[in-house]
Design a protein around this ligand. Structure first.
Ligand code: MN
Ligand code: MN
Length: 470
């Protein structure tokens, strides 16, 4: 007869053999929860200052310089513990801390992206229609367009004027500053709109941003509202309408990052994807003193539109940087890359009970269950994904376990429900070992994304443990 287990034996056997998927909160000491809450206060402050890729770079550079990082000089020889950075056009950044082994045994990379979905301006954005002035926008990244109407927007960006002077714009964030918006149709007159498919209800060419309604006082003339607002813009920024052609202007949600829930366990904010990994990756680099192997935090642009372009990770900027480091140590960059390991730190979908049918519950990431790993991403049978090897997943989970990093592993959603990708494959294409890890997010790509504080902190601890691993 088969052995019969009593209550205690059954408990022991279960603990030994089965995965424990209880709410991660129960696996954490109060002290850790407190640390996570404190970490997230700083994270919220970072979010409020850093709503565009350029603003993240400014924040990160300031923090890095304070921590002793200096501009990387390819001609120079560095020693263990030296801290350097490479600023790529103010839109992407690499921070490196030189390890005891230099890059002889490869480097350890955490790569996050710092661009988020938003509304950009077209090159000729200004127009007036029926006595109202609007900006024409061109959306950036994967948005559900209906989510971007009837919410307060702030204007961020940089204009390089005809005279060559660069002017920074940031309006709609401080108390008392004006904000902007895309209007939506009132329900009373929406009977036709409500019959449309969600993807068609708001057209991209209707995402026009209201920015004024009072004309210049004159007896005659056209476009008097537009002219009046342009006059105010000129007063403030010294720019003309034509200067909009040489500008990077982004409209982003004007809300501040806030706690969500009576228990304050979550954070609601714009742009968690992927600043919720970029911030932990930044702090992990700032807090790593002399690692075994050289470590790199890479904050990249353009992930939301496919990572193409010279500030995205499908370009060569990270490879060139590693190449220069390798050369300074008398090594071939291809040998360094082939021995390197990378955490592609990007968000994943958190299981949402309100939309449970697009998830597969056994293989989803849940909020409060720690940093989420994804062995692969992609869609339609793992297409467009790099898959981490069993060996790499084993190594990372052991590092996490040894350092009390609460982690989970899952897929983005049900097979064939859709899918997505990260920068993982571009780095893996350099023959680097890459694993996706990151924070599970609710309402991803919406103007108000939600994450759990515990997961943010565990992502920081995870990256730091990876950097410090022998
Ligand atoms: Mn992302
Ligand atoms: Mn995204």
């Amino acid at each position: 007869m088969a052995k019969k287990f009593d209550k205690d034996e059954l408990k022991k056997l279960t603990e030994e053999l089965l995965v424990n998927r209880r709410n991660g909160f129960f696996q954490m000491e109060d002290e850790t929860v407190k640390k996570a809450d404190e970490f997230c206060e700083d994270y919220k402050a970072f979010l409020n200052l850093s709503k565009t890729e350029r603003e993240v770079v400014v924040y990160a550079l300031k923090a890095a310089e304070k921590a002793g990082f200096v501009p990387f000089d390819p001609e120079k020889k560095y020693k263990a513990g030296d801290k350097v950075y490479y600023n790529n056009r103010g839109k992407a950044l690499i921070l490196a801390v030189i390890g005891r082994n230099g890059c002889k045994n490869g480097v350890r990379i955490a790569a996050a992206h710092i661009d988020s979905p938003r509304l950009d301006l077209k090159p000729h954005p200004l127009y007036e229609k029926d006595d109202m002035a609007f900006f024409k926008s061109h959306y950036y990244g994967g948005i559900k367009k209906y989510q971007w109407t009837a919410i307060p927007l702030a204007m961020h960006g940089l204009v390089v004027r005809k005279d060559g002077v660069s002017v920074e714009i940031r309006i709609g964030e401080e108390e008392g500053e004006p904000q902007f918006c895309v209007t939506d149709l009132l329900p009373h007159l929406s009977s036709e709109q409500m019959e449309k498919k969600l993807s068609k209800a708001i057209e991209a060419e209707n995402l026009n941003i209201v920015f004024g309604s009072r004309p210049v006082r004159a007896d005659e003339g056209e476009n008097l509202v537009k002219l009046n607002v342009m006059r105010l813009i000129h007063e403030k920024y010294g720019m003309t309408e034509e200067d909009f052609v040489s500008a990077d202007i982004e409209f982003v949600p004007a809300f501040k990052a806030v706690d969500v829930g009576f228990d304050r366990s979550m954070i609601g904010a714009y742009g968690h994807d992927d600043r919720v990994c970029a911030y932990p990756a930044l702090l992990a680099a700032l807090h790593t003193e002399t690692p075994e192997n050289t470590i790199l935090t890479v904050l990249a642009d353009k992930e939301e539109i496919g990572s193409d372009g010279n500030t995205g990770l499908n370009s060569q900027f990270m490879r060139y940087f590693i190449s220069d480091m390798a050369q300074a140590e008398g090594l071939e960059s291809r040998h360094v890359l082939s021995k390197s390991k990378c955490l592609s730190t990007d968000v994943t979908a958190a299981f949402d009970p309100n939309y449970a049918d697009v998830y597969e519950p056994n293989n989803s990431c849940y909020i409060n269950n720690g940093v989420g790993m994804a062995k692969y991403t992609g869609s339609r049978g793992k297409n467009g994904s790099s898959e981490a090897t069993a060996e790499l997943v084993s190594e990372i989970r052991n590092i996490f376990d040894k350092n009390n990093v609460l982690w989970q592993i899952g897929e983005m959603g049900r097979v064939d429900a859709g899918g997505g990708g990260t920068v993982a494959l571009y780095i893996a294409n350099l023959n680097v070992d890459v694993l996706d890890v990151g924070v599970p997010v609710l309402s991803m790509h919406s103007p108000f994304e939600v994450v759990s504080k515990l997961d943010v902190y565990m992502t920081y601890k995870g990256i730091k443990a990876f950097y410090e691993a022998k």
